[in-house]
Design a protein around this ligand. Structure first.
Ligand code: FES
Length: 125
């Protein structure tokens, strides 16, 4: 069975915006960041920096750097491309955020949980 969870309505979500969300699925808690990085481009990632495993955001819903082009880790300032989560600057350069499958259906954004190994995805590297 298809398991999807609504993350937000598109209308409430402007460009260069980020939402930090906690999702409960079975016995797992999944911390997610949902980003809108251009007019109609969205991506979702597990909210965990590949450097030490901390959350990227320094406040709720604050993930972009000052230029609003990159996602920035709050601890050591690593920069990640919002379109694919690849780190282009900082101590984890070359690594990537863990991307999550999303779907846009009418004006709503959903995350797909089918096939996700949540116990593995919340494990620190
Ligand atoms: S913890 Fe994110 S850059 Fe160090």
């Amino acid at each position: 069975m298809d398991k999807r969870i609504k993350l937000t309505d598109i209308k409430q979500f402007s460009v260069s915006n980020c939402l930090t969300l906690d999702i409960k699925h079975k016995d797992n808690n999944l911390e997610v960041i949902l980003v809108r990085y251009s007019q109609a481009k969205y991506a979702a990632y597990i909210n965990r920096c590949p450097h030490t495993g901390v959350n990227l955001n320094w406040q709720a819903d604050q993930c972009f750097d000052m230029s609003e082009k990159y996602l920035m880790c709050s601890l050591h300032g690593a920069l990640f491309r919002p379109e694919d989560g690849h780190c282009i600057y900082g101590p984890c350069t070359g690594q990537s955020l863990s991307q999550l499958p999303i779907e846009i259906d009418k004006d709503e954004i959903f995350i797909h949980l089918d096939g996700l190994n949540l116990s593995k995805s919340v494990e620190l590297s």
